[in-house]
Design a protein around this ligand. Sequence first.
Ligand SMILES: NC(=O)c1ccc[n+]([C@@H]2O[C@H](COP(=O)([O-])OP(=O)(O)OC[C@H]3O[C@@H](n4cnc5c(N)ncnc54)[C@H](O)[C@@H]3O)[C@@H](O)[C@H]2O)c1
Ligand SMILES: O=C/C=C/C=C(\O)C(=O)O
Length: 484
Amino acid sequence: MKAFRNYINGQWVTTAKQFEDRNPIDNSLVALVHEAGKEEVDAAVNAARAALNGPWGSMTQAARGNMLVAVADEIRRRFDDFLAAEIADTGKPKTLASRVDIPRGGDNFRDFADLSQRFPTESYMFDTPDGGKAVNYGVRTPRGVIAVISPWNLPLLLMTWKVGPALACGNTVVVKPSEETPATATLLAEVMETVGVPPGVFNLVHGFGPDSAGAFLTEHPGVDGITFTGETRTGEVIMKAAARGVRPVSLEMGGKNAGIVFADCDFDKAVAGITRSAFENTGQVCLGTERVYVERPIFDRFVAALKQSAESLKPGNPYDDGMNFGPLVSLAHQRKVLSYYEKAVADGATVVTGGERWALPGALAEGAWVKPTIWTGLPETSAVIREEIFGPCVHLAPFDSEEEAVALANDTPYGLASTVWTQDIGRAHRLGSRINVGIFWINSWFLRDLRTSFGGAKQSGIGREGGAHSYEFYTETRNVCVKL
Ligand SMILES: NC(=O)c1ccc[n+]([C@@H]2O[C@H](COP(=O)([O-])OP(=O)(O)OC[C@H]3O[C@@H](n4cnc5c(N)ncnc54)[C@H](O)[C@@H]3O)[C@@H](O)[C@H]2O)c1
Ligand SMILES: O=C/C=C/C=C(\O)C(=O)O
């Protein structure tokens, strides 16, 4: 049986306590994972501190950048290993993981190695009260030891989205991946070892949240900053932990994102776009749309077209050609999503398609499958419309005016992302300035340029990462004032 170990100070560390990592395709066992306790987390944080004050801190920016490019190259060289590991942990289609997850795992190192060479600092000359002059300039230093807590939906992509810039800015990290998806994080530790990243720069601890590695890490006084992606409720707990010692947090959290489709849209592109935003990665994308508002003249036609599109999705073995719809991440998550499927019916929804578990033949019968689901007819007050489900399901409702569409989209405690489909470019931009989200797509969805800001408004997050915004979080600014 495969075992996933912790990686602390350049050493592979086993523990007495292990938990199971299961494949949601058929619930088969992938590996046993060695759970880190307080002692291991403490060793990891201390190793990160020593590396910060030692080899990593004294390395030139260019040498660090070259090392991170080597990490990206090694991920590319081991592409098939990463692909197999991500598929075993999540069941996602090979076509998706090979197009999105694994390439971005490399890009998150390559792009930030490059960007970090170019980040500017400010400087101001000013007149002093004595009639002379002084100059101010900014100095950036690494923030220190960064705790990275990541989720299971895009495991490698979302973990490296934080590890790449954190290391590029000269920090050291202790990473706690999701207990559901420990595999690619373990492979990344192997890559760090192969490339010769100094011990203590990248540390990996496995485990859960409460009373486990996640809580031990975020509560550890030796951590200087915490970057987290996951559920809003977990973010609240982490923010409390961070308050002790006044440590900064970057929180990327849940959403209940609206899609808005106007009657003047390019119809086929809008159907294809909403199909992706609702069902890609089996709806387990924080940026996905679980509420779609469609302008009334095309409402019935749009519902019919999306139904046809949803019904053409193909579950099965992730390696099969044509398979494009995976299971949910776990049987526990399947139970949660199915509870919303039941709730929708109880709240009076019309089930346009799906609404149930997907019974598949053979070994797949044991997996965490549910059908892609479309509802209409729910009141906006239903929990199905208010709460993030994180499954392949979407509610469609008609609207009659731009004003109404904006109000509906904004009527949520979340504010992560939105996608609007229209050929009226003026209207598209107007909505871009009125919908209260961190990320707004026009005639597109999940198109990513790593230099742009990424994060959520309202309960979807605090802070932004990406490009210069990552630089802001992963460095501390000092102003130096010189009297001339
Ligand atoms: N905004 C974004 O960029 C973004 C991206 C992806 C996912 N998400 C969100 O993530 C959620 C899905 O991921 P999830 O179910 O893994 O989230 P989660 O909050 O359950 O877990 C995320 C991570 O936090 C850890 N954790 C849990 N409790 C903890 C605690 N008390 N202290 C420290 N660590 C703790 C978990 O072990 C895991 O590693 C969804 O809500 C989704 O919207 C947001
Ligand atoms: O599920 C959420 C997806 C988040 C994507 C990113 O953080 C990214 O593309 O950098």
